[in-house]
Design a protein around this ligand. Structure first.
Ligand SMILES: NC(=O)c1ccc[n+]([C@@H]2O[C@H](COP(=O)([O-])OP(=O)(O)OC[C@H]3O[C@@H](n4cnc5c(N)ncnc54)[C@H](OP(=O)(O)O)[C@@H]3O)[C@@H](O)[C@H]2O)c1
Length: 263
């Protein structure tokens, strides 16, 4: 049985994935933004091994999440699920001076990846909207452009795919993949989302723990357990390296050297 950390698991697809893992007998650590949401997560999933707490808009709190998680021991898999959506009405500047969508959706998974003991498998939640993302680095923090929450979300989901592929390339012993869960009726997806909610957490769990050879891959992108095409820019080594460089500068944490191949 595997030990898995799921970020943003006090509700929505993160909670669904955590529940699916626990029901299958895996050990699950859930993550919530604060103590109140941690209580919600505990009561939603009493079988969780532990809850780690931290608001991902703050780099200091992301570091605290990594410390709490590392103190619990190494994970077999981490599902980077937490995100804010495409309906954010305005740019909120984080305590560290970043646009909140970028901070939660890109910087937080980067920093957790850099600080957590490398697991065997990394899974990053993206979206079909990543294909509308702009792969450039100009005004990434929306300081000069008028705010467009949909574009900020699409960009962030493009960059998180590039992050998954960058980690796959830097860490050949780790399976690092991304996926889109479908447009499903969570709080983020909204009540009229047309896709099946029950299927929305299947692929990330499969990528995290399944012995299926189709899940034992790296630098791949999925929808409903089948490979899907990605925005071609996410495959650009130049873009991946620039993203890693910027995230390292902004967070003060570089991606550690590659861990050894698991036995
Ligand atoms: N639903 C869809 O149709 C859809 C489509 C494509 C991709 N996705 C992706 O699927 C993933 C899960 O989405 P969802 O639909 O389950 O969204 P959701 O219901 O809004 O849940 C998002 C989760 O992330 C957490 N979170 C957000 N900001 C946080 C922060 N600053 N610190 C800590 N935790 C934070 C939330 O905590 P709180 O509850 O405390 O806010 C919640 O647990 C996301 O990566 C999303 O981009 C969803």
């Amino acid at each position: 049985m595997a030990r898995v950390l799921v970020t943003g698991s006090s509700q929505g697809l993160g909670l669904d994935a955590a529940r699916r893992l626990a029901d299958a007998g895996h050990r699950v650590v859930v993550h919530a933004r604060n103590d109140r949401r941690a209580t919600d997560a505990r009561s939603a999933l009493p079988g969780a091994e532990a809850v780690v707490v931290g608001d991902l808009t703050s780099l200091e709190e992301v570091r605290a999440v990594a410390r709490q998680a590392n103190a619990l021991g190494r994970f077999d898999a981490v599902i980077h699920n937490a995100a804010v959506g495409d309906q954010e009405p305005r740019r909120v500047e984080t305590v560290d001076g970043f646009a909140h969508t970028f901070a939660v959706n890109v910087l937080a998974p980067y920093l957790l990846t850099a600080l957590l003991a490398p697991p065997d498998r990394l899974v990053y939640l993206s979206s079909r909207l990543h294909r509308s993302g702009q792969p450039g680095f100009d005004d990434l923090q929306w300081q000069h452009r008028p705010w467009d929450g949909g574009q900020a979300y699409s960009d962030s989901k493009l960059f998180v795919v590039a992050l998954a592929f960058a980690v796959a390339r830097r860490w050949p012993a780790v399976r690092s993949n991304a996926l889109e869960p479908g447009w499903v009726p969570t709080r983020m997806g909204g009540p009229s989302a047309p896709d099946d909610l029950a299927l929305g957490s299947v692929t990330q769990v499969w990528l995290a723990v399944s012995p299926d050879p189709a899940a034992d891959v790296t630098a791949s992108y999925f929808y409903h357990q089948a490979p899907r095409n990605v925005h071609p820019a996410t495959r650009s080594v130049e873009l991946q390296e620039e993203l890693l460089d910027r995230c390292a500068r902004w967070t003060g944490a570089t991606l550690p050297p590659p861990p050894g191949r698991p036995a």
